[in-house]
Design a protein around this ligand. Structure first.
Ligand code: AMP
Length: 290
C-alpha cells in the first residue's frame, strides 16, 4: 500500500527479485487492457485519466483471474490492490478460498509535497517501460533502452499531470489510506515503511521492517494488536470487573447492621416522620379553633 508516487511499484519489483514470486499490479493490468483496447480498457480509460477508482466488482474479478494463474501458486506481491474496504474484504474471502493468507501489508509513507514532485516529474519510456524522474533520475542516465538503442523515448502518463495527481492523492487518502490501512491494522498485518529519500535506503528499511515483523527502522512500531488479542483482553477485563463487583457487594453485606437493629431503626424513622407531620398540622388546627 502507498500513495501514488510512494515508490511501492519500485519496491515491489525488488521484492519480486528477492522472493522469486510475481508482482501483481492492478494499475499495470488496467494499462495493459487500455493498450490492447479491450472493453475493460476502454471503460477504465476515462476513470484512470480522471484519477478516480475503477469499480470494486471489476477489480475483484481481475484479481481472482490473476491470482489463480499458475505463476501465483507459490505467492505474489500485490501492488495497488486492495484500494477500498470492499476490495479488502473481497480479497480476504478469495485468499481464504485459495488457502493463501496474507503474510504482511507494507504501507509506504511519503509527505504530500514530495509525492506531487515525484509524480509530476515522472516519465516512462514507451519502448523499454523504464521509469524516470526529471528531478531525481533523468532519462539521460543509464540504464540503456532496448538492446542497441541508447536513447529513451519518454512520455508522461496522462494521470501524472499535476491536477490529476492532486485528485489521485485526495482519493487515496479518503478511500484507501485511512480505511484500508485501518482494516489491516486491526488484523495486525500492517508494517509502516518510511518511504522518503533514496530508493536503496527505502529498500533497506523495507527489508528491515519485514525481518523485524513490524514498524519501520526509523519509526516507532505502528503495528496494532490483532483482533483476537484485543477480544481476549476485553474478556479478561470484563471478568475482572465482574469479580470486583461481587467482592464489593459481599463487603457491603458484611457492613450492613443485624435485622433487629434494622427494624428498630425503621420504626424510629417512621415515628420521626409522624411527629414531624403532627408538628406541621398543629398551627392549622389552632387557626381553625380561633
Ligand atoms: P496505479 O498505477 O497503481 O497508480 O494505478 C493507476 C490507476 O488505475 C489508478 O489511479 C486507478 O484509476 C486504477 N486502479 C489501479 N488499481 C486499482 C484498484 N485496486 N481499484 C480501483 N482502481 C484501480
Amino acid at each position: 500500500m502507498g500513495a501514488p508516487g510512494s515508490g511501492k511499484g519500485t519496491q515491489a519489483q525488488r521484492l519480486v527479485k528477492h522472493f522469486g514470486i510475481p508482482q501483481v499490479s492492478t494499475g499495470d493490468i488496467l494499462r495493459k487492457h487500455l493498450a490492447d483496447g479491450t472493453p475493460l480498457g476502454l471503460r477504465a480509460k476515462e476513470i484512470m485519466a480522471a484519477g478516480a477508482y475503477v469499480d470494486d466488482q471489476t477489480m475483484l474479478e481481475i484479481i481472482r483471474d490473476r491470482l489463480t494463474q499458475s505463476d501465483a501458486a507459490k505467492g505474489f506481491i500485490l501492488d495497488g490492490f486492495p484500494r477500498t474496504i470492499p476490495q479488502a474484504e473481497g480479497l480476504t474471502k478469495l485468499l481464504a478460498e485459495l488457502g493463501k493468507p496474507i503474510d504482511a501489508v507494507l504501507l509506504f509513507e511519503v509527505n504530500t509535497d514530495q509525492l506531487v514532485q515525484r509524480l509530476s516529474g515522472r516519465r516512462v519510456c514507451e519502448l523499454c517501460k523504464k521509469v524516470f524522474n526529471i528531478h531525481t533520475a533523468p532519462p539521460s542516465v543509464p540504464p540503456e533502452c532496448l538492446p542497441g538503442r541508447t536513447e529513451h523515448q519518454v512520455v508522461q502518463r496522462p494521470d501524472d499531470q499535476e491536477e490529476t495527481v492532486r485528485e489521485r492523492l485526495r482519493v487515496y487518502e479518503e478511500k484507501t489510506r485511512k480505511p484500508v490501512s485501518g482494516y489491516y491494522s486491526y488484523t495486525g498485518l500492517i508494517r509502516v515503511v518510511d518511504a522518503e529519500g533514496d530508493i536503496d535506503a527505502v529498500t533497506r528499511r523495507m527489508f528491515e521492517t519485514l525481518a523485524a515483523g513490524g514498524g519501520s527502522a526509523g519509526e516507532p512500531q505502528r503495528k496494532v494488536k490483532g483482533k483476537r488479542v484485543a477480544v481476549k483482553r476485553a474478556k479478561v477485563k470484563a471478568k475482572k470487573r465482574a469479580r470486583k463487583l461481587v467482592r464489593r457487594k459481599k463487603a457491603k453485606a458484611k457492613r450492613a447492621p443485624a435485622p433487629r437493629v434494622r427494624v428498630r431503626r425503621a420504626k424510629a424513622k417512621t415515628r420521626a416522620i409522624v411527629r414531624k407531620k403532627a408538628r406541621k398540622a398543629k398551627p392549622k388546627a389552632k387557626a381553625r379553633r380561633k
